[in-house]
Design a binder for this molecule. Sequence first.
Ligand code: 13P
Ligand code: SF4
Length: 307
Amino acid sequence: MNDREAELRDKILGLKKKRNAVILVHNYQLGEVQDIGDFIGDSLELSQNAARTDADVIVFCGVHFMAETASIICPSKTVLLPEIHAGCPMANMITAEALRARKKEHPGVPVVCYINSSAAVKAESDVCCTSANAVKVVESVDAGEVLFVPDQYLGHYVSTKTNKKFILWPGFCPTHARIRPEHIAQAKREYPNAVVVVHPECKPDVIAVADQVFSTSGMIRFAQRDDVKEMIVGTEVGIIHRLRKENPGKKFIPVSEQAVCPNMKLINLEKVLWSLEEMQPEVKVPEGIRVKAIAAVDKMLAIGRSQ
Ligand code: 13P
Ligand code: SF4
């Protein structure tokens, strides 16, 4: 930690105490932000933590839909997103209006909605899922067919693990779409003994050449296994910081240095400090949408994680 980081960290910790705040950090955030987090995790773990914290303020270091989910779960708490422009392009590939129109074309088909979506889209959905429990959530739905939104690649991956019929929405993550099978082949040539682990937001041709498919925290857990010594990592590069920090003797090879989510990199220590000083930018889901969205989120939390 350099002098700048140490100075900012001390100020943040002081203010955090004064505000009774908790800092939740996604695995893709900058290393300097991960290092001051009270909890670092994947989308499901961060939602679970928001649900159980007794802090008055949640500083959410992630992207907009994550802060919205915390606001859905904890309406009485102040949820701060230190950079309000940190959005998720995939979440923006579907609107509540477009989803309502699609539902009319498929009456009675339950909507399973990836957590990477707006609160308004969640309000139109039957149940939410994350990459850590998508198969379990889809299996829990009492129907032979589901409308899966908005990630077509996660939806496709889950469809290979269940017998249900899928109607897919054409959304995708631009960061994971940059990862190609050629990148994995190249990394494999350099590290023939490494295990290849990818995120289910990757395209099917990438998943086909992987050894394991995990959510970000699923990868963190897998890396702790004694038999894992070298790992080729097919997801956003921010996770490498945590993998290396927690597993000093092991080797982690990012599949592609281009797998960067620019939105996840918008938050830094200065912005975290500023948000605690000013108590903004605040993310608050309007009550009319929140009461409709909470059912889908609660169902997901009750199901928990599958990996
Ligand atoms: P998880 O951390 O839940 O695996 O999700 C990855 C992601 O893209 C979050 O935006
Ligand atoms: Fe959205 Fe992809 Fe960034 Fe995750 S990595 S926030 S899915 S754009």
